[in-house]
Design a protein around this ligand. Structure first.
Ligand code: ZN
Length: 285
């Protein structure tokens, strides 16, 4: 296969465009293997507590969007130990989260809320960026007096959020509020910017990520959106994502409307999903 030398690609891709915002992973005193261990433990708990949708059409669609984004991760941010996996949680709330090392969960409610595939990809690109930049263990690195196992349980609990997150955090928290452990605004902005880069490299329009955040705000029910409470707006989110998009060469954006429509039509034929609150009550967790 004829391929351009890698050194030439950045020159070609950025010709005529303003400079992209560089993204540097925050300081982290833990090895990537720690992210993997934490993420796998938490993912096992998530699967015990939340109903995972067992539907190949829907799951393979989400995994395909995820795979496209993962392939776009730049070499400098790749961790060979990480394994990106994608599952759909059969609940109606608008939420999604990715655990350290790569396990990702997208709520069925998120798929229902999105206007197109680009919006689904937008949330996933943001989540994958938190994983790639190792924000979970970086956050744990900031608080030295606590044992990693205890602190990390709380960090991961706050990533999962809500009742299931509290269960993961339980007994590990040492009086720390989970608000303290939420990603900082600085990490949120990093995930937005890196997410925009991933989207463009994967052939998506980064502006769809900004659009999705507006969609989430608009469609979330009473009590506010879980996703936005776990990923607070660092301020001017819509504007700086749109600004970053102008520095990126999207070329021909992927707009596979047929696959997205097929999945949505299929979801409507399934029994309605419960809310997370209903699902976790029923599960007796
Ligand atoms: Zn976030």
């Amino acid at each position: 296969m004829n391929r351009l030398p890698a050194v030439l690609l950045p020159l070609l891709c950025t010709a005529g465009l303003a400079a992209q915002t560089p993204v540097t992973p925050p300081a982290n005193k833990y090895p990537p293997a720690q992210d993997v261990r934490l993420g796998l433990e938490a993912a096992a708990q998530v699967r015990r507590q939340l109903p995972i949708l067992q539907d190949d059409l829907v799951t393979s669609y989400v995994a395909e969007v995820g795979r496209r984004l993962v392939q776009a991760i730049p070499a400098s941010l790749r961790h060979p130990q990480f394994a990106y996996t994608f599952q759909v949680v059969n609940v109606s709330d608008i939420n999604a989260f990715a655990l350290p090392g790569g396990p990702m969960f997208v709520n069925r409610g998120m798929l229902a809320a999105a206007s197109d595939e680009g919006e689904v990809a937008g949330v996933m690109a943001h989540e994958i960026s938190h994983v790639v930049l190792r924000h979970g263990t970086a956050q744990a690195s900031k608080a030295t007096p606590y044992e990693l196992g205890e602190l990390a349980g709380a960090v991961v609990g706050s990533i999962v959020g809500g009742r299931v997150g509290s269960l993961i955090t339980q007994g590990t928290q040492f009086g720390l509020g989970t608000a303290f452990l939420r990603f900082s605004r600085e990490y949120e902005k990093q995930a937005d910017i890196e997410g925009a880069h991933l989207m463009a490299r994967a052939g998506y329009d980064p502006r769809d990520m900004a659009n999705m955040f507006r969609t989430i705000e608009r469609q979330s029910g009473p009590g506010g959106p879980e996703w936005l409470s776990d990923h607070p707006n660092p301020g001017n989110r819509f504007d700086y994502i749109s600004e970053e998009a102008r520095t990126l060469d999207v070329g021909q954006p992927v707009r596979d409307a047929r696959a997205f429509d097929r999945v949505r039509a299929h979801l409507r034929t399934l029994p309605p999903a419960p809310t997370t609150a209903e699902a976790t009550k029923r599960g007796g967790g």
